[in-house]
Design a protein around this ligand. Structure first.
Ligand code: NI
Ligand code: MN
Length: 235
């Protein structure tokens, strides 16, 4: 098990992850709740959420951002094109960012990094430009530095992410088809110099075939630990 110095990470199925720092800051990433086949329906989010991070505009990442932000009075953090869209939909508290930029909230510093994917927003019948897709670094004071990759393939500039931010735990998509699969995720974990991988974005739909067992087998002989969690479980 990773030593997270009081930070708790709860995987909520798909790319949805709740991070709670020792000091009590609550961050929910890519809320996909109501229509997610794997969200643990009996799970109760904490009453207080500080930040909702949205990696890109696809439905399985942005779906519940508006209701969750409203209910929990959270600030929504995303690329500027998405926060502009959310503001037009009535979200008042937003932080628009772009690649390389950082933003500090209490004991958590959020940095937006690139992701190799696409991004658009389905708004009723219309498909809107969603800016570029992103990943996030979460640097927690007196705690760990975490990386949520969003939806991405592997890219060699993950070495830059390691050099600049040194995340110890990475939440990496492994499901294949829309993102990297286990083979590329194993290389990503090595480029990122991770200690621990929390596999995400697999098993939600039949097309997302990659498994943590495959990733574990591919990383055998390395020092990188792969967490095998069920939706709703925490480390
Ligand atoms: Ni996507
Ligand atoms: Mn996705």
């Amino acid at each position: 098990m990773p030593d997270l110095r009081g930070t708790t990470i709860t995987w909520l199925g798909h790319a949805t992850v709740l991070v709670q720092s020792a000091a009590g800051t609550g961050v929910l990433i890519d809320p996909f709740i109501e229509h997610s086949p794997t969200y643990p329906k009996d799970f109760k989010l904490p009453g207080k959420l500080d930040l909702v991070l949205v990696t890109h505009g696809h439905f399985d990442h942005i779906a519940d951002a508006i209701p969750v932000a409203a209910k929990h009075h959270a600030k929504v953090v995303s690329i500027v094109e998405i926060t502009d869209f959310l503001e037009k939909k009535g979200v008042k508290n937003t932080q628009g960012m772009n690649y390389g930029g950082s933003f500090k909230h209490a004991d958590v510093t959020i940095t937006m990094v690139e992701a190799k994917h696409s991004s658009s927003i389905q708004d009723g019948e219309n498909v809107l430009y969603g800016g570029n897709p992103a990943g996030f670094i979460l640097h927690i004071e007196n705690g760990p530095t975490l990386y949520h990759a969003g939806d991405t393939s592997v890219f060699s500039d993950m070495k830059l992410i390691a050099e600049l931010y040194a995340p110890e735990l990475g939440m990496l998509p492994i499901g294949d088809n829309y993102t990297m699969g286990p083979k590329a995720a194993a290389l990503a974990a090595k480029y990122l110099l991770l200690k621990t991988v929390l596999p995400i974005h697999y098993g939600t739909f039949p097309v997302l075939t990659g498994t943590p067992a495959e990733l574990t087998a591919l990383l055998e002989g390395s020092s990188i630990e792969v967490l095998q969690m069920k939706p709703g479980e925490s480390v």
